[in-house]
Each structure stands twice: as structure tokens, then as C-alpha cells.
Design a binder for this molecule. Sequence first.
Ligand code: ADP
Ligand code: MG
Ligand code: MG
Ligand code: MG
Length: 412
Amino acid sequence: PHTHDYRVLQREEIATLLAQWPAVAARLGGQPAQWTVQDVADGNLNAVYLVEGPLDGLCVKQSLPYVRVAKDDWPLSVERAYFESAYMQRTEPFVPGLVPQFLHFDATLRVIVMERLQPHTILRKSLIEGVRHADAARAVADFAAASLFHTSDISTPFERKFQDVALFSQNHDLQRITVDLVFIDPYQVHARNRYASPQLAAVAQSLRDDAALKAAVATFRNHYLAKPQALLHGDLHSGSVMVTQTDTRVIDGEFAWVGPIGFDTGMFIANLLMAWYAKAGHSGDTTGYRAWILEQIAVFWQRFHAQFLAHWNTHGGRGDGYPDSHFDATALPTVQAAFLQDVWADTLGFTAIEIIRRTIGFSQIADFGAVADVDLRARQQAAAIALARDLLLHPARYEDVQALVSAVPAFG
Ligand code: ADP
Ligand code: MG
Ligand code: MG
Ligand code: MG
């Protein structure tokens, strides 16, 4: 809608724009002339501003008609803001306090106005700096369990779930990015791949040459496309989580898509694992911190598992997948365990695929970027890829999260 009226906003225009929306202006307080606007974009895609008024602050996010980090070379439709705002509004009732409050969406300018998080930092930065946020893994697990459970066939009649499928299946432009950057490019020669060369050239070649590995990747790629289990966040890495010592929020749901639950959980675990591999190249004694990261992986999965079951036991059976009337109290635990074991199998596959795309593909991560010695960095990335390869080729070795966590150091 109204594509002809879209324009890229300048920082100087933001206050005037916000002043038109009474609820937004009231939240800032005072007069537009008193509002300060700061450009804080550090993600790959969009413009983000923090606005400070006499009463409160706000966060303003606008889609740009290109990929922010590759402006002239990579045009991209601005429709993603619509899907991010739809995702925020759809999931907020299930995850209050775990996301920034949604405040306003402008469908013409593709602007989302939301609660400004302060003094939060991005979890990826805290992992790089070696700061422990004791509650982050627990909170992200709660976010994943609630948002995924409540949009799945366990809790939701199929008519409602397929409204989500109908809406979010139109998020084509970002799904093209996921399909290409996550699932396809790293396994072929492509100009967008950005692995360390020559250090990782042989590793990249070995992925391209490995038919069994590519068959395993194809299985998960097809799950991503053909297993509409629940409404995914779609980009649940440590750069999409903002933390303080007492508060954790998940941001940036523009990749929302109805797909396999394990895609969200696997992406989060993969980014914790890569923080662990990268950490060995960061300065100081990182031994204790690395042990803490592995504990957080176990905390995350165990909490996700427990909360997903708790939601099922409290609310379950209203959807068409597992009607209450079909399973009594003795039969239910068996189907629940089978469901969650399938989610674990997907989690492992998507964990591996996320590791490979973040080391071989276009979207490299700051955790490895913080390792100045490029040879050391490449060795750590190769170790992470070796783990990923084992997860894809020998999943039976990783029957639970303890098996995964115990295996990690052998690849480090
Ligand atoms: P992108 O889609 O471009 O990755 P993000 O939604 O991840 O954009 O936001 C980019 C950055 O803006 C975040 O890393 C964070 O620093 C900041 N940010 C985003 N949302 C908020 C918010 N609600 N409050 C404060 N800062 C935010
Ligand atoms: Mg982001
Ligand atoms: Mg901040
Ligand atoms: Mg984003």
C-alpha cells in the first residue's frame, strides 16, 4: 500500500513525524523541539533511531529500500517492516515483558515505533566482552517456548494457524535471504560467501564436495520450507536479544515465518556455540567464561523443553494436532516426548546449518570478528564447522543437550 509515498527518513525529520501521532507524542512528553534523535543502527538491514523526550524514550525503526550494509549493491523491498510489526502484534500477548512494547506502525513510511530499551545492551556484545547475564538464556527460552507453543497446532485450531501461514508466507524478500544465505550459498561457489581465504578455502571446498552433508542440509532446508509448525521469529541469534542484569528482551522479528520450531532454538544455540569457539581468541583468561557459555546452552534447552511442556499441560489440546480427548494422562507424556525429541533433532540440524552459514557465508559475526589474528580465527571457525559437520552426519551421537555440550570441547 502507498508505495509511492514511501521515502527514506532523515534524522532531522523524525521528531516532526512522531509529533503527528498523539499517543507517541504523549509518551515522549513536552514539545518536538525538546526531543533528541540518535541514529543507532548497527544491524544489517534497517535504520534505527532512539528518541528521547522529557518523559520517556522511544525506538523508531524504518525499512530501507536496500540492505543497509550493502546499500548500492543490494536493493530490498521495504515490506519487511509490515511483517515485523505483524509479528510483534501477534506474539506480544504470549511474551509480555520479554519483548519491547509495540506502539505504532506507519504502513506508508514502513516505520515501527516501539518501547526504547535502556540501559540494555545486545547479548552478542556482552558475550564478546565476557559479561555474564545470568538470566538471558532462561528468558530467551521462555520467549521461544511461549511464542512457538501458542502459534502451533498444539494450542491453535488450524484455521487460525493458517491465517499466520497466509500472512507470513508473503514475507518473500526476507525468506529469499534466509533460503539463499543460510541454506544454499555456503554449499556452492558464490560471490556473497565471505569465508577467510585462503585459510578456509579447503574447508569450504569439502562442504561443497560432501554429498552426504548436502543431503542432510537438504532435509533441513525442506523442513524450513515445508514444515509449518509454528510462527518463528526467524532471526533468533544473540544480536536479536537485548539484556541488562535483570531484564531480557527479544527484538527484530522481521524474518517471521511459519516453519519448524527447531529453526529458532537451533539458531540461538548455534550463536552461543560460536561465542564459545570465538572466545578462545579473546584476551585474558576465558576458561571460566567458556564453561559458563556451555552451561547457558544447557539452561536454554532444558528451560525451553520444560516451559513448552508446561504450556502444553496448562493450555494444550485446543488445537487440532493433539486433541485432549485423544490422550489421557498416561498416554500424553509419550506423545509429548516424541514431539520434543523431533524438535531436538531439528534444533541440531539448524544449529549446524547456522554455524556453517556464519563462517562460510555472507553474514559473518562479530564474535569471530573480535579475534584479531586471522589464522587463529580461521582455526576456531574450522573447529566450529567440524562440530557442525558431525551434528549433520552423526545426529545419533547427540541424543540430548548434555551430549551436545559434552562434545563441544573435543572440536575446540
Ligand atoms: P536490524 O533489523 O537492522 O538488524 P535491529 O532491530 O536488530 O535492526 O536493531 C538494530 C539495533 O538498534 C540493535 O542492535 C540495538 O542496538 C538497537 N535497537 C533496536 N531496537 C531497540 C529498542 N527497542 N530499544 C533500544 N535499542 C534498540
Ligand atoms: Mg538485528
Ligand atoms: Mg542501548
Ligand atoms: Mg533485522
